[in-house]
Design a protein around this ligand. Structure first.
Ligand code: URP
Ligand code: ZN
Ligand code: ZN
Length: 464
């Protein structure tokens, strides 16, 4: 049975336009936009968006639901994590399926499908973490692309776990150059970092703040530079994930000025948090341990600049939550044993709206870096990431004037702390539609596990 929803009176914001318009949704898709009040559309449901923004649902292209890490698992399941994402105005996640060393990509991908299927409140897609590059894996990359898994993460960090050496990276990049895949790089020199970790621990430097000190900005920049050159040699595009150091942004900017197909992502934690948080007393700093690490706050200006000048294209969360109690605590007395990762899938759209309020970015750039660019980067556009006839009706009614205070007491992520505890922001999600169905309705959760479906992706749309 067909259903019609009309959203009236709001300011529709996309990456390219801001227009006062009414929006007609038929079943799961956007059917039309029209000047306010100009059309007498009949509807089963009318949403009054007067004084509100009408924006595309967020696309978070970097999450780790249930990721095994450091002897434990990320604390959000696909069910809890996608519900929290919806609360925060995100309607699509791209999560990382994991190939462990000694297994195939197929086994890793099947395991991730099994975790997600029937459990998600919003739509989801997968990247593939490639930990074991060999002849079989390289062939499997081609097959995954046909199944809509078109991007592959490699790690220059975490020796002995996810780490690939330069030869393995080059081989995967050469394959991507031929099959249209996009290599996503965790760019930190993990071999050098492990030496510095060992030396720090030997000196008795065991507190969380030392995590930031050993994972030096220069070692992020060096790895970023090396990844760019390897991609250039392979003739492949490159997407560098979770960029945090000013020096790494400079490497990306230089490569892009040289005309290379090099892209960069940063995350809210690098824009809003700093080594001051890692240095919080009494092991509180463990809450902020992630890799790449938080940097001194001076780096933030370069990240904002990169987002304005398009040297950085995407803001994703790298949502990888571990509870303070029982999980982060595994690293008491040894910072290298603190599971790496921060919660944030629920906070991204609001924090980036706060960046609009603070004057760092424009409203349209907010939508571009949070919705349209990640959708284009990962082959989901215009199904996701915009409001246009034919697009999925993933729509957020956003109140730009509401005030909120971020807190673990009120968030919906399955984690016992907020990285932004007590932070006051202006703007809040009011209603969220996922393919036309209300998931959040006037700040009531109306979604259900299983509504979200696997969404196959085309290859990167910045390369077409
Ligand atoms: O600290 C982080 N980023 N944890 C998740 C794994 C990764 O490297 O993205
Ligand atoms: Zn990473
Ligand atoms: Zn990650």
């Amino acid at each position: 049975m067909s259903s019609r929803t009309v959203i009236r009176g709001g300011l529709v914001i996309t990456a390219s336009d801001e227009i006062h318009a009414d929006v007609l949704i038929e079943d799961t898709r956007i059917a039309a936009l029209a000047s306010p009040g100009s059309q007498n559309w009949s509807a089963d449901r009318t949403i009054d968006a007067t004084g509100r923004y009408v924006i595309p649902g967020g696309v978070d292209a970097h999450t780790h639901m249930e990721l095994p890490f450091g002897g434990t698992h990320a604390s959000d399941t696909f069910e809890t994590g996608t519900r929290a994402a919806a609360w925060g105005g995100t309607t699509t996640i791209v999560d990382f399926a994991v190939q462990s060393v000694g297994t195939t990509l197929r086994e890793g991908l099947d395991a991730w499908h099994a975790k997600a299927e029937g459990n998600c409140a919003i739509d989801y897609a997968f990247h593939m973490i490639v930990s074991d590059v060999n002849e079989e894996t390289l062939k499997e990359m081609d097959l995954l692309i046909e199944e809509g898994v078109t991007s592959f993460k490699q790690f220059m960090a975490y020796p002995g776990v996810f780490y690939s050496d330069d030869g393995q990276i080059l081989r995967a990049m050469q394959r991507a150059a031929g099959n249209g895949g996009l290599i996503m790089m965790h760019a930190e020199n993990g071999i050098a970092i492990d030496v510095l970790v060992e030396q720090a621990l030997a000196r008795g430097e065991t507190d969380p703040r030392h995590h930031g000190e050993v994972r030096k900005a220069l070692l992020e920049a060096e790895a970023t530079h090396r990844a760019i050159r390897l991609a250039q040699v392979a003739g492949a595009p490159l997407y560098v994930v979770h960029v945090s150091a000013a020096e790494a942004v400079a490497e990306l900017a230089r490569a892009r000025d040289d005309g290379l197909n090099v892209f960069g992502e940063t995350c809210p934690q690098y824009l809003f948090l700093s080594t001051d948080n890692l240095a919080e007393p009494g092991f509180e700093g463990a809450k902020y341990v992630c890799s790449t690490p938080l940097r001194p706050r001076e780096h933030q200006a370069r990240l904002w600049q990169g987002l304005r000048t398009n040297d950085l294209q995407v803001v994703s969360t790298d949502h990888c939550p571990f509870c303070f109690t029982g999980q982060k605590e595994l690293g008491r007395g040894d910072f290298s044993k603190i599971p790496n990762g921060l919660p944030g899938v629920e906070n991204r759209m609001d924090l980036l709206h706060q960046a609009v309020v603070d004057g760092h970015i424009s409203r349209r750039r907010w939508i571009e870096i949070a919705c349209a660019a990640p959708a284009r980067m990962f082959g989901l556009y215009p199904k996701k990431g915009t409001i246009t006839p034919g697009a999925d009706a993933d729509v957020v009614i956003y109140d730009p004037h509401a005030e909120q205070v971020m807190s673990a007491a009120t968030h919906h992520m399955n984690v016992d702390y907020s990285a932004y505890e007590g932070k006051r922001v202006t703007g809040r999600v009011e209603t969220v539609l996922s393919r036309g169905e209300p998931v959040i309705d006037q700040r009531e959760y109306t979604g259900r596990a299983g509504h979200g479906v696997f969404t196959p992706r085309s290859t990167c749309q910045y390369l077409n």
